[in-house]
Design a binder for this molecule. Structure first.
Ligand code: S3P
Length: 453
C-alpha cells in the first residue's frame, strides 16, 4: 500500500549530466494531478462505487485519498493506478477524528476547504512548511458567503480551522484571481447548497471540475462572459458513481518533451497525454519558438481530449509569451524558462504574478535556477526575461525550496547544459512525478544521465 507522508528531514540531492547520447524512445508519464484529485473528490461525493484508472500515485494525490478516508469515504487501491471509491453522497461525509494534513498540495487543501465549508462539523487543515506559507484567504473569503466560518494563522495561512455551514447558502462570486483551485472550491461548496451557485472567472482556467461534474451527473452550464466564463451549478444533486480514466499529465509530459527538444538528435514520444486546451499553453509557446512537437492519435477520454506527443530536437528562438496565456501554462514557466535559456534570443514571459504563491516563489526561484547556471535572466515587475544564448554553461547548485517543478526543470537543464546541474533536494518530485529520474534515464541508455551526486 502506498502511504501519504514525507519525512521533512533527510535531503536527497540529485545531479544531471550533459547527455552523451540523444534521448530516444516512447514513455508514458503518470496521471494528471488535477484530474486525479478531482476524480477522488467527486467519487467520494457520489453514491456508489466508482473506479479510477491511471490515478497519479504521487504524494499530493495520496493526501487527498487519506483525507477522504478520514471523512468517511471508502478509498482503496486495487492495483497500480487502479483505485476504487465508495462514495458517501453529497452531504454524507463525517467529522474527521484528527487534523487533515495535506502535505505539499495546494490543490488538495483548497478543494477540500470548499467541501468542508459545507459540512456541519469542525475540521482543521494543515500542510508542510511550503503549504503553510501559501495564501488561503483566496478561498476562505468567497466561501464565507456560504455561512461557513474560518480561523487561520495571520495572512490566511494554514493551519486552518473550518466550521462548515449546516445549511450552506448558494454562492454568486466573481473570482478575484484567475485560479482553477478557487473556482473548484466554490463549485464544490455550491454542490451542497440549495439553489444555483454562480461562479464567474475573468479569464478561463482549467475546467476539469466542470467536465467531471458533468461526468458524475451534476447539472452545470457554462457560458462565455466578457473574456472569461460564467458557470451555473445546480445545488444538491445526487451525484452518480462513474468510472474515470485519468490521462497522462501534460505538466509532467513537459519535462521529457523539453529534454528531447534540447538534446541534439533526440526524438521522444509521450503517449496518452491530456490535451485540454486550457492546459496546453506551453506546447503552443514551444511551437512558436520553432519546436517540432506533433500530436498523434487524438481522442476523447472521460470528457477530456487525449493524444500522443512527439518532440524532436532542433533550434529554438526567443519569443514573447502574453499574460493572457498564463492560466493555460501556469505550472510550466520553470521548464519554459529552461527551454528559453537554450534558445537563441530573448524570451519575455509576461503576467507571472501568480508564480509568487506556488509551492515556492517560482518567479524568484526560476530566475535563481538559471542564474546559478550562467544564464542571463531578469525579473521585470511580473515578467521574467531570459536571454537565450544556445547551450548554457550549467555547473550550478540549485535551491529547490520544496518545489517539485523547480527540481525537475533544473535536472532537465543539466541534460542540455555544458556541465552537470545539481539540485539540493529531489524528494518533492514524488508529489507529482514518481519515477521521474528513472523515466528520463530510460531515454538515454546505457548509463542514464541523472543520479545522486
Ligand atoms: C491546479 C490549478 C493551478 C495549478 C495547480 C493545480 C488545479 O493552480 O498551479 O498546480 O488542479 O486546479 P491555480 O488554479 O491556483 O493557479
Amino acid at each position: 500500500m502506498v502511504s501519504a507522508g514525507m519525512p521533512e528531514s533527510v535531503p536527497r540531492p540529485l545531479q544531471s549530466r550533459p547527455s552523451a547520447v540523444p534521448l530516444t524512445g516512447t514513455v508514458a508519464v503518470p496521471g494528471d494531478k488535477s484530474i486525479s484529485h478531482r476524480a477522488l473528490l467527486f467519487a467520494a461525493l457520489a453514491v456508489g462505487e466508482s473506479r479510477i484508472s491511471g490515478l497519479l500515485e504521487g504524494e499530493d494525490v495520496l493526501r487527498t485519498a487519506a483525507a477522504l478516508r478520514a471523512l468517511g469515504a471508502e478509498v482503496e487501491r486495487e492495483a497500480e493506478g487502479n483505485w476504487r471509491v465508495w462514495g458517501c453522497g453529497v452531504g454524507g461525509l463525517a467529522e474527521p477524528a484528527d487534523v487533515l494534513d495535506m502535505g505539499n498540495s495546494g490543490t488538495a487543501a483548497r478543494l477540500l476547504a470548499g467541501i468542508l465549508a459545507a459540512q456541519p462539523f469542525l475540521s482543521v487543515l494543515t500542510g508542510d512548511a511550503s503549504l503553510r506559507r501559501r495564501p488561503m484567504a483566496r478561498v476562505t473569503e468567497p466561501l464565507s458567503a456560504s455561512g461557513a466560518r474560518f480561523w487561520s494563522r495571520s495572512g490566511g495561512r494554514l493551519p486552518l480551522a473550518i466550521q462548515g455551514a449546516s445549511e450552506p447558502m448558494a454562492l454568486d462570486c466573481r473570482l478575484a484571481v484567475p485560479s482553477a483551485q478557487v473556482k473548484s472550491a466554490l463549485l464544490l461548496c455550491g454542490l451542497h447548497a440549495r439553489g444555483t451557485t454562480f461562479v464567474e472567472e475573468p479569464v478561463p482556467t482549467r475546467d476539469h471540475s466542470e467536465n467531471l461534474l458533468r461526468h458524475f451527473g451534476a447539472t452545470i452550464a457554462v457560458e462565455p462572459a466578457g473574456g472569461g466564463r460564467r458557470i451555473a451549478l445546480a445545488g444538491q444533486p445526487e451525484l452518480r458513481a462513474a468510472d474515470v480514466r485519468v490521462p497522462g499529465d501534460p505538466s509532467s509530459a513537459a519535462f521529457p518533451l523539453v529534454a528531447a527538444l534540447l538534446v541534439a538528435g533526440s526524438r521522444v514520444r509521450v503517449s496518452s497525454v491530456g490535451l485540454n486546451p486550457l492546459r496546453t499553453g506551453l506546447f503552443a509557446t514551444l511551437r512558436e519558438m520553432g519546436a517540432s512537437l506533433a500530436v498523434e492519435n487524438e481522442r476523447q477520454e472521460a470528457g477530456e481530449p487525449v493524444g500522443d506527443l512527439v518532440a524532436e530536437a532542433g533550434p529554438l528562438r526567443g519569443v514573447t509569451v502574453p499574460a493572457e496565456r498564463a492560466p493555460s501554462m501556469i505550472d510550466e514557466y520553470p521548464i519554459l524558462a529552461v527551454a528559453a535559456a537554450c534558445a537563441r534570443g530573448t524570451t519575455r514571459m509576461l503576467g507571472l504574478g501568480e508564480l509568487r504563491v506556488k509551492e515556492s516563489d517560482r518567479l524568484a526561484a526560476t530566475a535563481a535556477l538559471l542564474k546559478a547556471n550562467g544564464v542571463k535572466v531578469a525579473i521585470d515587475g511580473d515578467a521574467l526575461v531570459v536571454e537565450g544564448a544556445g547551450r548554457p554553461p550549467g555547473g550550478g547548485m540549485v535551491a529547490t525550496h520544496m518545489d517539485h517543478r523547480l527540481a525537475m526543470s533544473a535536472l532537465v537543464l543539466g541534460l542540455a547544459a555544458k556541465a552537470p546541474v545539481t539540485v539540493d533536494e529531489s524528494r518533492f518530485i514524488d508529489t507529482s512525478f514518481p519515477g521521474f529520474a528513472a523515466l528520463l534515464n530510460r531515454l538515454c541508455p546505457p548509463a542514464g544521465a541523472i543520479a545522486a551526486p
